[in-house]
Ligand binder design. Structure first.
Ligand code: FAD
Ligand code: DHB
Length: 399
């Protein structure tokens, strides 16, 4: 079999890439180890930057996003018993973010690919994925389909969109790959709850007992996160313990956290990780396959979408014998990746309690938080990073 681009992984990066390539007349084969149901149900991120929304609109993928996405013009920062609003619209000349779950982005693109290209557009539940001959002009993608048949696809290029635990990044020889990483000594316990949000915009709370975040998924569904120890066992967290802890960390006189049935709960480790370059020969990494940020700041999904916004035109040009954009891909993306890596680290270390930290750390965090809510310059820096920096250029958003 032959195709122009072989894509490993049907997360947000791989799905959007296959659609953007199709819009440019480029054929691809997209393979995924999980089932469609699993991909559509995996609870993860929920905040789209301004540029991600524009990108999904430009790609014709925003019918439901336009109807169901909830535009937010700011966030609340809570610390020392006070809640402060950071007004993105005012600080950035009108830029906003949109609350729309990753599960919904994934459902929308899967439905569109299957409608446009038929049931074979995405090969779910494959096994034995391999990439080979990456340093040649004809790299190979191998996999076994659900019916047990082994396939070898000869490609012009392969996109490794298979997340942090995928096989693409490990296929790059270590000698030509630089990895920069940091693990944080805490994790997030996230819940999805069948209860209307107790807030109109997201609350990021600094508290002596640890960080908490109140997000949402719609008028009747809340999404909340709690800083817990990195070796915490979810079985030690019955629902009422989670609600009690959240209530304490968000507590303010005259305000109450509404509680309801917990629909989903999980613990996520926190790490910063960047593998560079994001290219080896004809293998191009995108999204979590190349980089991970801690979730404070909501950058992971947005970085994955931005990567493929640059990768699609680069691969389309490469297929026509023009390598310039492909040669620029890694450098262009890594610049944004490092900006988001810094912002996520900054938000994380400003808001979380480091186990065993002294009072110096707490006082420095509080001083930084007071600065952010009192200085227009500091608040603008948070706002422009949160809404997406640098803004995606018009050339990337014109399809
Ligand atoms: P993924 O979504 O990981 O997709 C990769 C796909 O590749 C998966 O479908 C996987 O099954 C498939 N795959 C893997 N190996 C193979 C193989 N060998 N062959 C074929 N397919 C393969 N970000 C935030 O901003 N906020 C959050 O709250 C948040 N929470 C998160 C919680 C968890 C548990 C995780 C893991 C991530 C979270 N993130 C969050 C990060 C965000 O969800 C990711 O940045 C985003 O999913 C990246 O998209 P992606 O397409 O690059 O990778
Ligand atoms: C969500 C996740 C984040 O990491 C974040 O910073 C804000 C919101 C969410 O899942 O809604």
């Amino acid at each position: 079999m032959r195709t122009q681009v072989g894509i490993v992984g049907a997360g947000p990066a791989g799905l959007l890439l296959s659609h953007l390539l199709a819009l440019r007349g480029i054929e691809s084969v997209l393979i995924e180890i999980r089932s469609r149901e699993y991909c559509e149900a995996r609870q993860r991120a929920g905040v789209l930057e301004d540029g991600s929304v524009r990108l999904l609109r430009a790609a014709g993928l925003a019918d439901r996003l336009n109807r169901q996405g909830i535009e937010h013009g700011g966030i609340y920062l809570q610390f020392a018993g006070e809640r402060h609003h950071i007004d993105f619209r005012e600080l950035t000349g009108g830029r906003t973010v949109t609350v729309y779950a990753q599960t919904e982005v994934v459902k929308d693109i899967i439905a569109r690919r299957l409608a446009d290209a038929g049931p074979e557009a995405i090969k779910f539940e494959v096994t034995g994925t391999e990439v080979a001959d990456l340093d040649t002009q004809q790299p190979k993608l191998r996999y076994t389909s659900k019916d047990g048949t082994r396939h070898e696809v000869t490609c012009d290029a392969i996109a490794g969109c298979d997340g942090f635990h995928g096989i693409s990044r490990p296929a790059i020889p270590p000698a030509v790959q630089a990895v920069t990483e940091r693990d944080y000594p805490y994790a997030w316990l996230g819940i999805l709850a069948d209860v209307p949000p107790s807030t109109d915009e997201l609350i990021y709370a600094h508290h002596p007992r640890g960080f908490a975040l109140h997000s949402l998924r719609g008028p009747t569904i809340s999404r909340l996160y709690l800083q817990v120890g990195s070796d915490e066992d979810i079985r030690d967290w019955p629902d009422q313990r989670i609600w009690d802890e959240l209530s304490e960390r968000f507590a303010l006189p005259g305000w109450e956290l509404k509680q309801g049935p917990v629909l989903d709960k999980s613990i996520t480790p926190m790490r910063s990780f960047v593998s560079s370059p994001m290219r080896y020969g004809r293998l191009f990494l995108a999204g979590d396959a190349a980089h991970i940020v801690p979730p404070t700041g909501a950058k992971g999904l947005n970085l994955a979408l931005a990567d493929v916004a640059y990768l699609a035109p680069a691969l389309a040009d490469l297929a026509r014998g023009q390598p310039e954009l492909a040669d620029q891909y890694s450098g262009t993306c890594l610049s944004r990746v490092w900006r988001s890596t810094h912002f996520s680290w900054w938000m994380t270390t400003m808001l979380h309690r480091t186990p065993g930290a002294d009072d110096m750390e707490r006082q420095l965090q509080l001083s930084q938080l007071r600065y952010v809510v009192s200085s227009q310059a500091a608040a603008t820096s948070l706002a422009e990073n949160y809404t997406g920096y640098p803004p995606l250029p018009a050339t990337i958003l014109t399809l």
